[in-house]
Design a binder for this molecule. Structure first.
Ligand code: CIR
Length: 255
């Protein structure tokens, strides 16, 4: 059960965020702020307490998920790969100090890189994406920490998207939603799967929060499939975050 959502805010320079296709230049920052506040309202409506991190002017700072992994016992500060994102962990750390969380602190260290978008928890299983942003050294450091907490950890290679969770998330404890890339992955053999059409791949990034499921608006095929398994779906417009290669999971850290 999650009770708290940590979020950052959308900086004025958000249209300089990193994006593979250069689409962040097209971001309407005011619209991004509106979508961010609708996201926060959705989390509040589910019953979460919202905690806003101190102002952070980094271009990609709304994507707070990438800066930390939080478990019942541990607080793991990540090591982000992109130079422009490295210092985002400072505002995250300040906020953790204010929250005074009773957790053992860890830090992913060089030569390890790891971003939260590559870490998918499904009950006691954790899948770590080996991607452009998370390397084996970083994944092994996290694996060691999580195994001490009795999680079972598997690595999944990510080739066609930014992070693992850009192409694969869980909509319940036994159903995942994913792009073609992950459909035959042996690590996922025990799960039912919703496999997305090419033009709806963005819908792979859903956010399950307690009994609710946040899904990106505008993917009717995905929505129809999701509704077969889930009856508490909240659709949110994510158009401006998509332009910066980010999605629903990226915008919060849940405790
Ligand atoms: C980046 O390239 O780092 C950001 N523009 C997007 C990060 C998205 N985060 C995520 O998927 N967890």
């Amino acid at each position: 059960m999650k009770n708290i959502a940590i979020v950052k805010s959308v900086p004025d320079i958000f249209n300089n965020a990193i994006s593979d296709a250069g689409t962040s230049k097209l971001i309407d920052v005011d619209k991004a702020r509106l979508q961010h506040s609708q996201y926060i309202d959705a989390l509040s409506s589910i019953g979460l307490r919202i905690v806003k991190a101190p102002p952070d002017a980094h271009v990609d700072s709304p994507f707070v998920e990438d800066t930390a992994i939080i478990t019942d016992k541990g607080l793991i500060i990540t090591n982000l790969r992109e130079a422009s994102r490295k210092d985002e962990i400072q505002a995250t750390q300040e906020m953790f100090n204010l929250l005074n969380l009773n957790r053992v602190k860890h830090q992913i260290e060089h030569p390890g890189y790891l971003e939260g978008g590559d870490v998918l928890f499904i009950q006691n299983k954790v899948f770590i994406g080996i991607s452009r942003r998370t390397n084996i050294e970083g994944a092994n450091q996290l694996k060691k920490i999580l195994e001490k907490e009795n999680f079972s950890v598997e690595f999944i290679e990510v080739k066609n998207c930014l992070h693992l969770k850009s192409g694969l998330t869980a909509i319940s404890d036994d159903v995942v939603i994913c792009t073609e890339e992950f459909k035959d992955n042996p690590a996922l053999s025990g799960f039912k799967k919703i496999i997305l059409d090419k033009d709806e791949e963005y819908a792979a990034n859903c956010l399950k929060v307690n009994d609710a499921l946040l899904v990106p608006m505008g993917y009717p095929g995905a929505l129809e499939e999701i509704r077969k398994y889930h009856n508490n779906v909240i659709e949110l417009d994510m158009s401006e975050f998509k332009k910066a290669d980010g999605g629903l999971t990226c915008l919060s850290l849940l405790i």
